[in-house]
Structures are given as structure tokens and as C-alpha cells.
Design a protein around this ligand. Sequence first.
Ligand SMILES: [Zn+2]
Length: 277
Amino acid sequence: MNQNGFVIRLVFIIMILVVESCAHNPYSKTNRQYKKQTKVLSKAIRQYPLSTIESDSVNQPPYFVGTTNFNLRKPNFVIIHHTAQNSCEETLNTFTSIKSQVSAHYVICKDGTIHHMLNDYLRAWQAGISKWGNLTDVNSSSIGIELDNNGFEPFTEPQINSLLVLLDRLKKNYSIPTSNFIGHADIAPGRKVDPNVFFPWEQLATQGFGLWYEDTTNINLPINFNHLEALRIIGYNMKDTSAAIQSYKLHFAKDTLSRVLSAADDKMLYDLSKKYQ
Ligand SMILES: [Zn+2]
């Protein structure tokens, strides 16, 4: 082969490789956008925190003194969702569409595949308007995990197995407290109902992700037990009390319809609230 023939052949091979790499990754365009956005953020971090105080009454220092002792802020909560979409592919599309304005750190498909879509240290747009205890900006301190599920079906075994592996890694990496593994419905009562009633919260709790109540057979409720106060202690936003009860019942009593607490619910609630105190 002469030199020209070699060059033509080389160009042809490169073209095939480029076309193939595009065909293999339909998200190459949005991945470039991801890289661009992380570049902008890293630039923001590198900026000196120069004083912006505009007041003659405050002494301005003559030079910047940067501390030598710091690291990145880390997530302290995990929020679990169901996607309410019909496939993993549909969710990946949604989370890479600028128009949707929603995202999550992880998407777990029905076959157990875990898509890690955003660095854990960055802020995903998953919690929306939400509140847990006194925490109002949940996105800033949490990891969002979406499970592929249309909202009305059980979760698959490979999906839950992958979730448990992921939760274990997150809990260890960031020292996330056991009580801080919660659902979207918990932090947004009346607005969100995910993950759905099939979600195995009790199984998660037995493995150290979220709290669960003990056997309530021998529990005698104190006369002054206040169930609304107990819900508040756990973390529920009590602005709309019946919505908070509904979220509690979805999580702990596997009940999607009731907005009223039964005597059995009260016993579970009493036991739980003691664990949260
Ligand atoms: Zn959600």
C-alpha cells in the first residue's frame, strides 16, 4: 500500500470509530454539556472569597487570608423515589433534557443497572419544595436515587439488590445516619407519593437504612401521647396534618388511602418517635 492509500484508509477507520462511538452513546452531546457545567462550577470554587461587604463602618482587611483546613461538603441524607415513568430509557431522557429541570444522582433500572448521573458532591434537582425537621433545602444536603417504576407496580429483586449495594457504599462514604434514609413522600406530604406502597422500607431498615418500629404488642401508650407531636419529632412537615399522616402511613403502615391514625398506628408511631428522639 502506498502512503496515500494508507492515509485514506486511516481516515476511513477514524470516521468509522467516530460514527460508532456516537451510535454507542446517544448521550454524548449531553455528556459534553455535563463536562462544560462542571468546568464552570470548578471555576467558581477556585475563586478567592473576596469580601463584598460594602460599608465604611466595617474594617476591610488589607489582604486575603485563606484557611488551610477544609474539604468538600458532603451529603447527609438519601431520598428515594420512583420515577413514575415507563422505562429507564425514558427517565434517562428526562434527566438529560434541559426543559425538564429535574434530575437525580442515581437511576436504578428494573434489571439492577445503576446509572450514576451526577457526582455525589453536586446538587441534583430531585427533592423540590420539601421539608424534613427544620431542613428546608433538601437538595443541598441529599443524594437522590430514582427507581424505574411506573408508580403502581412492585420493585424488582435485582433493583432492590442494587439499591442495597449502593446505599451501603453511600452510608460508608459519607457517614450518613441510619435515620436519614427516607422517601420523597416523607419530605413532601400532600405533593409526592413516592416511592410507592410496594417499597420494602422494613427490609431496608433491617440492613441499616432508615428506622423501623419494634413489635408493638406489649406497648401501652402514655395517657398524654400526642400523635401529631410524634410525627413532628420524626421529621414530618405538620403544616397539613392529614397529608403528613398519609405520608407516614404510606411509609410505615403500607396504606395509601387513609389519612387517619388507628390505635395500631399510634403504637408504631410512639415506638418510632422514641427512636428519633
Ligand atoms: Zn420523587
